[in-house]
Design a protein around this ligand. Sequence first.
Ligand code: ATP
Length: 324
Amino acid sequence: IKKIGVLTSGGDSPGMNAAIRSVVRTCAYHNIECIGIYRGYQGMIEGDFKEMGPRSVNNIVNKGGTILKSARSLEFKTPEGRKKAHENLVNAGIDALVVIGGDGTFTGAELFNNEFGYPVMGIPGTIDNDIYGTSHTLGYDTALNTVVECIDKIRDTASSHNRLFFVEVMGRDAGHIALNAGIGAGAEEILIPEEDLGLERLLESLQKSKASGKSSSIVVVSEGDKIGKNVFELKEYVEEHMPEYDVRVSVLGHMQRGGSPSCFDRVLASRLGVKAVESILEGKSNYMVGLIQDKVALTPLEQAIKGSSKIDEELLRVSDIMTT
Ligand code: ATP
């Protein structure tokens, strides 16, 4: 292995830049050339490559987003697109690939590896933390801190006006962001896709909390929650059944994906980048590097894609007790 390519793909997340920096510098440390591939798989198909040295990643450890840009590439889903991408890599003398992204990115990488026997290594980058084989994905910790900060601010208004707020947070089909940020911000109720609270129990719980003397409430709702109503319908439903409540909705949206990465995400990105490059140099391929019980560890890409990241039962219990 003389030359390694690195790309970011799918949704961006804070910490991706720190991971790029780590891959580039680990390559330099081992006297390997590193090539940045712009706009994910689309840039691979178009040959949008740039040589990167340790100084080309100065001052990015603290930056959100990704300097290599990200893209969703439909062309890479076709055999012709992948063939073109493979030719470009071979022509540029790139021997292996580090891909930073989520599920879809790994699915593409695994397919590419199966088709061409091309060495690939994945780094999980998504705020949703919905990937098997790592306790934390890059950007998740930063997103949690962003969400907690926002909810703290919303609470100021909620308590000043005796209001009930439904705060919708990201997470796709996983409730990790909602559950953790909900506990961290002291939410009265947390609605996540993994647990169906049901509308009646939600009402009961709100009524109980009102009766116990609480004058304001924050309910954190995961975007993938299966209660059967979106946050705006939830607001109408609760207003209809509890007219004494003044209900507001806040959808946090894309601010959750941006911002300067937390120290945790920067350190994680640095560790995963080192492990990804060094694993390739040891001849390994088709794995994702992740964090398991605080240690950097490899999981076969196939398992990372197929497995699901479970919600921690202990955390659910803690949440139940905290919302009493
Ligand atoms: P996020 O979780 O943030 O959405 P992701 O990596 O899951 O990140 P996707 O858009 O699903 O994001 O995937 C990124 C890219 O991976 C796609 O644009 C496509 O180029 C490639 N990809 C996804 N699925 C496949 C597939 N089945 N075959 C080949 N390539 C794929």
